[in-house]
Each structure stands twice: as C-alpha cells, then as structure tokens.
Design a protein around this ligand. Structure first.
Ligand code: HEC
Ligand code: HEC
Length: 255
C-alpha cells in the first residue's frame, strides 16, 4: 500500500483522482455483475463487496484497484485460494468481465461519494418493501413482522441485516435452526419422513415422528429433502436490486 501510494504520488496525481479518471464501466455490465456477485460471492465478501463474515472487503483490494477488465481478478476467481478459504470458480470471460465491472463501480462509488455501503443500503422504499414482503416475495408465508422478525432491526445494523436476509444460515441468535424435513422412500415398503440429522454421500440419518433415529444407505432409497432455506436460495435469483433495497428499508423499521 505504501509503495502504491508513493508511486501514485510520483505520478503526480492523488490516488482518488487516478481511480476516478479511469473509464466508468458500462451500466449493463455492472448490473449483470452485481447479480452474479450477490449470488456467488456475496456470501463471503458481503453483497456490496465491503467484506463479510468469511471474505475480505474487495473495495480496498489492490487487486481490484489495479484490475483492467478482469486481468487481475480473473485469475483469482479461476484459481481461487483454496488454502485461504476462497474457492475456485470456473467462469467464462464475459462473466469475469461483468464481475470486474461491478467491482470497479464499487471502488469508484466508494471514492466519489465517500459514503460507502451503509447509506447505500438504506435507500429503498419501505412501503414497497412491505408490499413485496406480503406479496411477490411471499416472505409472510414463513415470517411475520410481529412474530419471528419483531425487533430484528434492533439486533442488527443495516449491513448485517442485509446479509441476514440475503444469506440466512438458520438459527436465530443461537436458537436452533428450523429443522430440515426429509422423506425417504425405499424401493419396497413405505416412505418414512422425519427431521434430517445426518447426510453424506453414502448414508442418511433421520429422526422420525416417534423420536427414533433411523439410517438408510443412500443408494437404496429415494430421498426428498425439504431445505427450509431453499426459498431464500430461490429468492436470490428472483430479487431485482430495487426489491432488495425496498425489503431492507422495510426490515430496518422492525425495531
Ligand atoms: C467461501 C468464501 C468465498 C467466496 C464464495 C468467494 N470468495 Fe473471494 N476470497 C475469499 C477469501 C477468504 C479471500 C482472501 C484469501 C486470502 O487471504 O488470500 C478471498 C479473496 C478474493 C480476492 C482477492 C482479494 C485480494 O486483494 O487479495 C478477490 C478478487 C475475490 N476474492 C473475488 C471473489 C469473487 C469475484 C467471488 C465470486 C465469484 C468470490 N471472491 C467468492 C473468500 C471467498
Ligand atoms: C419458505 C420459507 C421462507 C420464505 C418464503 C422466506 N424465508 Fe426468510 N428465513 C426462512 C428460514 C428457515 C430462515 C432461517 C432462520 C429461521 O430458521 O427462522 C430465514 C431467515 C430469515 C432472516 C434472518 C432472521 C434472523 O434472525 O437472522 C430474515 C431477515 C429473513 N429470513 C427474511 C426474509 C424475507 C425478507 C423474505 C422474503 C423476501 C423471506 N425471508 C422469505 C424461511 C423463509
């Protein structure tokens, strides 16, 4: 960082001016890149690339700052850094360029506005968010503002709140997550349903309604798993940016 700053100083321009003077990426590429980033990278780097629970802030990354249309970001994405917790992604060039465009936009936005994500995320319309919650988003089929989500905005800052609803992990504040319901159907005999307790490539274990633990070899049964978070994974593909901002603005009122 120091070297970089010195070099820029020598070049006669302050760091910010250098970055701003770079071409602004095309808005359609930024938009595609953002969708992809939220779905594939946001879990670790945060939905706005400002860092998350298990990945660094990319807006401050030298690699991102020095990147030209994926020249530096591309190799990191494709090779990953498995030992450091960054998986490899086998993505074609156009997708890498979209991601690079989105990250470039983030670095420029951070400098231009100096306001960062915190203000950015609360720009939505809470009424529209409430309508989405009870309408197209079908959030109210599993949640309620007066029930399980009451007071959620007092427990989390806006940026955390955004991560919680985009990538919930199950289990509130140490409470056990809602169980995953699984139905197992042997080749002959009756199907058995219960809460999933164990699963790997070979074995599945569930606890049935009477409370008994039962295990099955995977290759001899048909398995139907109801992941309680499947709806959230689906929603990630469905939200527009506006939906996300609106929902967050609404959740932020649940104090
Ligand atoms: C499972 C978590 C995880 C996911 C998913 C993930 N990353 Fe990372 N990423 C990391 C971690 C951890 C590092 C830091 C590795 C290190 O310390 O060298 C990192 C580093 C990076 C870096 C290098 C930053 C630097 O300055 O060294 C870039 C660029 C990056 N990630 C981009 C992405 C993009 C783009 C995606 C989505 C396609 C993505 N990451 C998905 C965890 C993740
Ligand atoms: C099919 C059911 C389902 C739907 C639909 C659904 N969720 Fe969730 N949501 C869950 C489950 C399960 C969790 C994990 C936490 C738990 O077990 O309550 C969760 C977690 C959350 C959390 C984190 C709660 C916390 O305390 O950390 C938020 C916020 C949230 N959802 C908001 C939403 C919003 C907003 C929508 C609609 C856009 C939505 N959910 C749609 C099932 C659902």
């Amino acid at each position: 960082m120091i070297l970089r700053a010195l070099w820029l100083f020598a070049a006669g321009l302050p760091l910010d001016a250098q970055l701003i003077s770079r071409p602004v990426p095309p808005p359609d590429a930024v938009e595609r890149g953002q969708k992809q980033f939220v779905a594939q990278c946001g879990f670790c780097h945060g939905p706005l690339a400002r860092g998350g629970e298990s990945g660094p802030d990319l807006v401050r990354s030298e690699i991102v700052l020095d990147d030209e249309q994926g020249s530096l970001i591309g190799p990191v994405i494709r090779k990953g850094r498995p030992n450091e917790g960054m998986p490899a992604f086998d993505l074609p060039d156009p997708q890498i360029q979209d991601l690079a465009a989105f990250l470039r936009e983030r670095t420029q936005a951070a400098i231009n506005r100096n306001a960062y994500a915190i203000q950015d995320v609360l720009t939505g319309d809470r009424k529209a968010g409430e309508a989405y919650f009870n309408g197209a988003g079908r959030c109210n089929t599993c949640h309620s503002a007066a029930g399980d989500l009451a007071g959620i905005a007092s427990r989390f800052q806006p940026v955390q709140l955004q991560t919680r609803f985009l990538y919930p992990r199950g289990g509130r504040g140490g409470a056990p997550a809602r169980p995953t319901i699984v139905t197992v159907k042997p080749v002959t005999g009756r199907a058995v349903s219960g809460t999933l307790e164990f699963i790997d490539d070979f074995t599945l274990g569930l606890r049935d309604a009477e409370g008994y633990y039962r295990s099955f070899p995977r290759d001899s049964v048909k398995v139907d798993i109801k992941d309680p978070l499947a709806a959230h994974a689906q929603l990630l593909r469905q939200y527009t940016d506006k939906n996300m901002h609106d929902v967050l603005a609404y959740l932020a009122t649940l104090k």
